[in-house]
Design a protein around this ligand. Structure first.
Ligand code: ATP
Length: 245
């Protein structure tokens, strides 16, 4: 039998404000050590799926009304977000959500808030190793460029040393060159640290270039899944998600 996946989302339904049904029986698996891409067009429910996992739905009046979410075999559905972070799940939010009036270093330290070990200093150096530019920025994080803010948001996830990183649209607002750079680092992090990554993206091309497996969702459900290679060569995926060329 296959090993138990690190994360298993089973048949979840999500409702906002008691009325708007956004996820309609969504299931997916994230095996340990992999990068899994969750793809789909605008409004399909990708961000909602991540928030259901990280517990952040509640703050937006959303609720998982059916189904279960298992992390390392434990049902984490309905658990408070801070406890989910302590379980080892860290979400890099869409739009970065760094703290503008704190320095880069303060933002990084904040990422390590749940840690009790003494590897924090070493991991700050590790973040600077991946993102040398961040080391040069000694002012407030609010003055960073969009690309640098995305790097800082990922750096904060490194500082948390999670087992699973949930990434919401890391390509958003970045130039094509920076997208390449950021995704190369995502792949490197996965290899170097062995961290598992669930990656939500509208840019299917770049996501599948680093992912092991992927899921395509439409209107709150998974409509297709497979290895990155299978999805890259699927005719529907090519036509609807990869564009021409
Ligand atoms: P995008 O890439 O635009 O973020 P997405 O696939 O991540 O798209 P979601 O953000 O999960 O999609 O949104 C899915 C649906 O849920 C959309 O129709 C959206 O309008 C709705 N929705 C999202 N957040 C809320 C909320 N807080 N309250 C009510 N409806 C919401």
């Amino acid at each position: 039998a296959a090993a138990q996946p690190l994360l298993a989302v089973e048949n979840i339904e999500v409702v906002y404000n008691d009325v708007i049904l956004v996820l309609r029986g969504l299931s997916l698996k994230v095996p340990k050590g992999q990068i899994v891409a969750l793809l789909g067009s605008n409004g399909a429910g990708k961000s909602t799926t991540l928030k259901a996992i990280s517990g952040l739905l509640k703050s937006e009046d959303g609720e998982v009304t059916r189904g279960d979410i298992f992390f390392e075999g434990q049902n984490i559905k309905g658990i408070e977000p801070d406890r989910i972070v302590r379980c080892g799940i860290f979400q890099v939010m869409e739009g970065r959500r760094i703290i503008a009036d704190m320095t880069v270093l303060e933002n990084l330290r904040l990422g390590a808030f749940t840690r009790r070990d003494n590897g924090v200093k070493e991991d700050i150096e590790r973040v600077y190793h991946y993102f040398p530019r961040l080391k040069e920025r000694t002012g407030l994080a609010g003055y960073l460029s969009g690309g640098e803010q995305q790097m800082l948001a990922i750096g904060r996830a490194i500082m948390a040393r999670p087992k699973l990183i949930l990434m919401d649209e890391p390509s958003m607002g970045l130039s094509p060159l920076l997208v390449k750079e950021v995704f190369a680092i995502i792949k490197q992090l996965n290899r170097d640290l062995g961290v598992t990554i669930l990656l939500v993206e509208q840019n299917a091309r770049v996501a599948l270039s680093v992912a092991d497996t992927g899921y395509i969702m439409e209107q709150g459900k998974i409509v297709l899944d497979g290895t990155a290679e299978q999805l890259q060569s699927n005719e529907d995926v090519k036509e609807f998600y990869l564009g021409q060329g």
